[in-house]
Design a protein around this ligand. Structure first.
Ligand code: EPS
Length: 390
């Protein structure tokens, strides 16, 4: 399964095409819209989210609610386009009164993108570098999520840190899979603890008042996975690499850990590795999950847990110093309407990226033509793995 996205932040639409979807998969626009709404949410988001109500339109590759094997095109309208149709006109000459963006924001793609492409207006860069594009990714990955859900795999996320406010967790690798999705969804910062959620919101308020922005850390958790997805035989087939690459492709992501991650580097081997045991019903299992569900670049069958760090949004109400690209004089960076904190939204985007990689790992292992064949192959594999553990 592959996807490509097209669309500028203030263009008419965001489009995505997903190819390689197996035949017979039920896909619902309502389900994808739920994820699009989750991506738009979160305390600390900017004015744009009051303009948009992202809704997907599926335009091909389906019949009577199920996939038919051909590429699936999806589209999301940018309601803000009506305010930008002159500045972002796709055709014709530039308006005479066009204001060019010449004061690149430190931390954004503005300057380096303009240098790379020889642009005399940072808008040519920032329109596509904007995280608005992630709405199309969430729509595309909605298909991967439906596929995984049909196979009993659930993907969710929760926020563990915003700025310096940290969720207290005793043994996160064991606790994470047991958080209640409702507690997470009810929190405006996607944090399962009420008190911590309030402290996170207060930190966002403080940042807003100071003209600042805030980053944070979240976890993506996947349950219901089979062991043996991914492969150790070929470097590019290792799931750690594929998942890391997908997560780092999200704007503003600065760090990714699997399981206890960096902490493993300072502990003894006997404390890090997860003892193997057998459960009579489910087969081989682990007594702990420090590996976060991955060994040898493959899933172990334990919950997959990735911890991801996001930097603060680069657009600041109290801007940093920059250099005007025309005059080469020092100036303040441009300020636009922006988010104060987009960590909860980013967690939803990360769920989507992870879902896409895992859906592909299933297709690679169990075939990719039809849901019927895939399910039959999974049944046989489950049986064999169970027999091996008797
Ligand atoms: C975003 C839409 C954008 C920004 C944000 C994410 O809308 P606008 O630029 O019209 O305010 O709010 O973009 C960025 C974080 C960024 O760095 O560009 C969205 O829909 O997620």
């Amino acid at each position: 399964m592959h996807y490509i996205t097209a669309g500028e932040s203030h263009g008419p639409v965001l489009t995505t095409i997903v190819s390689g979807v197996p035949v017979g998969l039920k896909i619902s626009e309502t389900q994808i819209n739920t994820d699009l709404a989750r991506r738009q949410g979160g305390y600390g988001r900017g004015g744009r989210q009051t303009i948009e109500t992202d809704k997907v339109k599926i335009l091909s590759g389906m019949r009577f609610g199920k996939s038919i094997g051909s590429p699936i095109a999806l589209q999301i309208e940018n309601k803000d386009w009506k305010n930008w149709s002159q500045t972002m006109a796709l055709m014709g000459a530039a308006p005479k009164d066009l204001v060019r963006e010449l004061t690149p924001r430190p931390g954004h793609a503005d300057l380096v993108g303009a240098l790379k492409y020889g642009a005399d207006d940072c808008r040519n860069i920032l329109e596509r570098a904007s995280a608005r594009e992630t709405a199309a990714r969430v729509a595309a990955a909605g298909i991967a999520r439906e596929f995984l859900a049909d196979l009993g795999v659930e993907v969710f996320s929760y926020v563990v840190r915003i700025g310096s406010v940290q969720l207290a967790e005793d043994q996160p690798m064991l606790a994470a899979p047991d958080y209640k999705p409702l507690d997470i969804e009810m929190s405006e910062v996607r944090c399962p603890d009420k008190k911590t959620s309030e402290a996170m919101k207060a930190a966002i308020d403080e940042a807003r008042e100071a003209g600042e922005s805030l980053g944070g850390v979240f976890r993506v958790v996947v349950t219901g996975l089979l062991p043996g997805l991914g492969d150790y035989t070929t470097p590019t087939k290792r799931l750690n690499g594929q998942l890391g690459s997908a997560l780092f492709s999200i704007p503003a992501i600065k760090g990714v850990e699997f399981g206890i991650g960096f902490e493993a580097a300072s502990q003894l081997g006997s404390q890090v590795h997860d003892p193997i045991a057998v459960n009579k019903k489910t087969g081989f299992t682990r007594e702990s999950n420090n590996a976060g569900g991955l060994e040898g670049g493959m899933t172990t069958g334990m919950p997959l847990i990735a911890t991801v760090a996001m930097k603060p949004i680069p657009t600041l109400a109290q801007p940093l110093q920059t250099v005007n690209m025309d005059t080469l004089e020092a100036e303040e960076a441009s300020t636009e309407r922006s988010d104060i904190c987009a960590v909860p939204a980013c967690a939803v985007v990360a769920e989507s990226e992870v879902a896409f990689v895992l859906a592909n790992a299933y297709l690679e292992k169990f075939g990719s033509d039809t849901m019927l064949d895939i399910k039959a192959a999974i049944k046989a594999y489950k049986q064999r793995v169970r027999t091996m553990s008797r």
